[in-house]
Design a protein around this ligand. Structure first.
Ligand SMILES: Nc1nc2c(ncn2[C@@H]2O[C@H](COP(=O)(O)OP(=O)(O)O)[C@@H](O)[C@H]2O)c(=O)[nH]1
Ligand SMILES: [Mg+2]
Length: 220
């Protein structure tokens, strides 16, 4: 599904933050924009309506270079979570190389999380992708709030799936980088096995991740 042009030495990777409305997908991108190294980072595009909801998507681009000269553009998208925007979600999911599912930890959101995850599975199928094989991580956000599902309960439900699960409070920046790094790690593995990022381009995983996630504070 990846966009790869051998002659142009160019690769575009697409990561998608999926989940129910208001779970914190846009907030994750805002925090990532602040946490990640400025050099390779493009401009964050956030398209909110006046009621603070994403109607199309948000986009945060990153640029990396492999020792071979291969240029990699990594685009991180969010989807609108509201049920009525299903067509937009399908469009954003097209050609995705990895997905982070952002769940809302509040008990009141259990059904919305469940429906949105089912919607992800269905829409991946619709665009010709398979939830069993696409790099996928799950984040339970808003851990700072009361009335949330206990971590043990979350893990009991999700552990059998083998999908990595992170607890976060995106509003306060915790768990955001961990989620992203794990998604980037899984995506690297997936791409490397098909395109030989290490073998053909001299880009090992450590180099890939460190180009992405050097924190701002490393520069001050
Ligand atoms: N308390 C709390 N609020 C959060 C957290 N993450 C996001 N929010 C709030 O939840 C609302 C929806 O967040 P947003 O990122 O727009 O959700 P999206 O619809 O998934 O993009 C906003 O008011 C955020 O400030 C969090 O970790 N804790
Ligand atoms: Mg949003």
């Amino acid at each position: 599904m990846i966009e790869y042009d051998e002659c142009e030495k160019r690769m575009v990777l697409k990561l998608v933050y999926y989940g129910p409305a208001l779970s914190g997908k846009t907030t994750n991108l805002l925090q990532l924009h602040d946490l990640l190294q400025p050099e390779g980072r493009g401009d964050l595009m956030v398209l909110d309506t006046k009621d603070d909801r994403t109607i199309f998507f948000d986009l945060l681009p990153f640029f990396l270079m492999a020792p071979s000269g291969l240029r990699i553009k990594l685009k991180v998208y969010t989807v609108p979570g509201q049920v009525k925007h299903d067509a937009t979600r399908k469009a954003v999911l097209q050609r995705a190389d990895g997905v982070a599912f952002i769940a809302d930890s509040q008990r009141s959101e259990i059904t919305n999380n469940f429906n949105s995850f089912q919607n992800l599975e269905k829409n991946l199928g619709f665009v010709g992708l398979d939830i069993e094989h696409i790099p996928l991580v799950v984040q339970f956000n808003k851990r700072d709030l009361g009335g949330i599902v206990a971590e043990e309960e979350v893990r009991r439900v999700w552990n059998p799936s083998g999908i990595p699960v992170f607890m976060s409070s995106a509003l306060h920046g915790t768990g955001v980088l961990e989620t992203f790094v794990q998604l980037a790690d899984r995506t690297y593995e997936h791409i490397d096995s098909r395109y030989g990022l290490a073998g053909n381009h001299g880009l090992d995983k450590h180099m890939f991740l460190s180009q992405l996630v050097r924190r701002r504070s490393d520069y001050s």
